[in-house]
Design a protein around this ligand. Sequence first.
Ligand code: ZN
Length: 303
Amino acid sequence: MPPLYAGLEAGGTKFVCVVGAGPDDVRVQARIPTTTPEATLREALDFFREQRAPQGPLTAAGVASFGPVDLDPSSPTYGFITSTPKPGWARTDVVGPVRQALGVPVRFDTDVNAAALAEGRWGAAQGLDGFLYLTVGTGIGGGGLVNGKLMHGLIHPEMGHVRIPHDHVADPFPGSCPFHGDCLEGLASGPAMQARWGRPAESLPDDHPGWALEARYLALALNNFVCTLSPRRIILGGGVMERLTLFPLIHRELRALLNGYVQAPQVSSHVDRYVVPPAFGARAGIMGALALAQEQGASKTEA
Ligand code: ZN
């Protein structure tokens, strides 16, 4: 029997829980709406506890969380969601209750770093030691691998909150980020599109000017990420990116912005293979949680 893992994707609108051995061997899954921290965590942990009898013992757990989160193992608030504007969720311990309830080692990371780990191991970035994963949905976040390691630092990357040029004449929308107004997330997240156009992004037709503007903003940010981090590929997931007609618009904008300066065929000739959707689609985050758990399980075996 292969070792079994618990994967928990803690999202702003739902928690997804799985028990499985890998992406092709998911035994059971549950979706729990995100309400209060107490109720949501209790329901998720009850689910995992109930699986132990039918499924067998769990080796490790992986938690892929919305953020910002504390990833410093020496910090008293390690494993916490920290300064989120989501009501009730600031300073919430996520790892502690999972460890306590399941009695297994827990690996914790951002939802985007976790999704990157899954895409690197099994998906759209296999074999690449440096690439980015960005989600464009309710919020915008980015993570990835640099020199084969998940991106951690002072805290973790917050690529959704970079500043990009904003032409207030062409786009008078002031931006929706409660911290920065017109940062990337404030201009280009799903809620920003909805606030700007007065209807949900998914209801805008393909030829709506909102998509060209969205592609412009995302390409401006990608231009900065290409120039600062030199990723070998960029994966764009999240609800907004389910509109696949956005990809060719972004490809064209990004090539125009880079203007031949970055001398790599991936950008000049094959940009359609350079900026790509996730192989796991909307499952990238939960597969990431499973990948984190596997890593934790492997490190336990080595130790
Ligand atoms: Zn912001």
